[in-house]
Ligand binder design. Structure first.
Ligand code: IMP
Length: 190
């Protein structure tokens, strides 16, 4: 099955295609001629996922899906949440975001957090939404060089290393995005 995934993020693309497997051929934004940044002006992850998927559907008429992910930290009342990409600066500066997160949590004993991914799928013009969550803790310093974003700081529940220290397969098996994609497969298989 051919389907547009509303991203140009190579990490996301490889994570999602690994979980979806060979039955699905993912088409990127660039491949359908969408080169501009899609506005992510929603107040929630759900809204942003929908905005992105609808944007692609309106321009291409093709079946498509978009994801939006946030890191929700308990001691920060759910921040950075929907602002995860632009936490420290307006750019997508992963290193600055991680530095800011460590600074905000300095001296705080509650380091519980969760990643949440919302996927909006538009198939045959009908929208479906699924989500995936992984709970864990924010480490006191960065570790590992795999993955992207907040991975060097996120220790998933039941593990003693960060996502950035895990193989891509191990991360996908338990991650927010892996779980959301597993739900997506259930909808696509209906
Ligand atoms: P997006 O809106 O789905 O691109 O995600 C927003 C931000 O959340 C990204 O810029 C990353 O900083 C962070 N993020 C999303 N997914 C992950 C992940 O799997 N690991 C670590 N950080 C992530």
């Amino acid at each position: 099955m051919k389907i547009v995934f509303a991203t140009n993020n190579a990490h996301k693309l490889s994570e999602v295609s690994a979980v979806l497997g060979p039955d699905y051929e993912l088409v990127t934004l660039r491949e359908v001629g969408i080169t501009e940044d899609i506005p992510e002006t929603g107040a929630t992850l759900d809204e942003n996922a929908s905005l992105k998927a609808r944007y692609v559907y309106e321009r291409t008429g093709l079946d498509c899906f978009a994801d939006d992910t946030g890191l929700e930290v308990e001691a920060l009342n759910g921040a950075p949440g929907v602002r995860s990409a632009r936490y420290a600066t307006e750019g997508h500066d992963f290193a600055a975001n991680n530095r800011k997160l460590l600074a905000e949590l300095e001296g705080k004993s509650n380091r519980s957090a969760r990643f949440r991914t919302v996927i909006s799928l538009i198939r045959g013009g009908v929208e479906h939404r699924v989500e995936g969550i992984v709970r864990g803790m924010i480490a006191t310093s960065e570790a590992g060089c795999g993955g992207f974003g907040y991975d060097p700081l996120f220790i998933p529940e039941g593990h003693d290393c960060t996502f950035a220290e895990m193989s891509a397969e191990a991360k996908n098996a338990i991650s927010h995005r892996g779980r959301a994609v597993a739900e997506l497969v259930k909808v696509l298989g209906r």
